[in-house]
Write a protein that binds this ligand. Structure first.
Ligand code: OFO
Length: 168
């Protein structure tokens, strides 16, 4: 069974994942409103992934006899001022989340809670992929010309992100 401290920490992380989902949703709304329909689509897809992460935490806590607790969600950040800022913020949020996952791994290790430690390894791997993906986004935008990109290169980037699978 989970320790009380671990149950609370995993439940908190479930809420963090819901917040991540919230953030991607808000950036997606911003992008769509700026007429970047493809980028919005990418961000909306990712918002769903973050919700799935929350559900994984929820399910794990339930399976181990605990009870997760849904807390109030913090409001999403203000809108980004540019695509560059939007992608930089995506990266920043992922890095912060990685740190939270590492703290949990450390806690599982200290408690010798190997079931939780093993469960968290999926997230360790996932965070590597998500940070790589965020770096790729930043690079793609740089290649397109960053905030000085022409309409044509932004059009192509938008089209590319609208259809490419998240691990592309
Ligand atoms: Fe993008 O993070 Fe969930 O884990």
């Amino acid at each position: 069974r989970l320790s009380d401290a671990m149950e609370k920490a995993l439940s908190d992380q479930m809420n963090v994942e819901l917040f991540q989902s919230h953030i991607y949703l808000s950036y997606g709304i911003w992008a769509d409103d700026q007429s970047y329909g493809g980028i919005a689509n990418f961000l909306f897809r990712h918002s769903k992934e973050e919700r799935d992460h929350a559900i994984k935490f929820m399910q794990f806590i339930l399976n181990r006899g605990g009870k997760p607790n849904i807390t109030a969600l913090q409001a999403a950040d203000r809108d980004p001022s540019s695509l560059t800022e939007c992608f930089d913020l995506v990266f920043k949020h992922e890095v912060e989340n990685t740190e939270k996952i590492y703290n949990l791994v450390n806690m599982a290790f200290e408690e010798k809670d190997w079931a939780t430690w093993n469960f968290l390894q999926w997230f360790v791997k996932e965070q590597i992929e998500e940070e790589t993906l965020a770096i790729k986004l930043i690079d793609k935008l740089k290649i397109a010309g960053g905030d000085q990109a022409t309409d044509e290169s932004l059009y192509n980037l938008d089209k590319d992100l609208g259809s490419s699978p998240d691990d592309a």
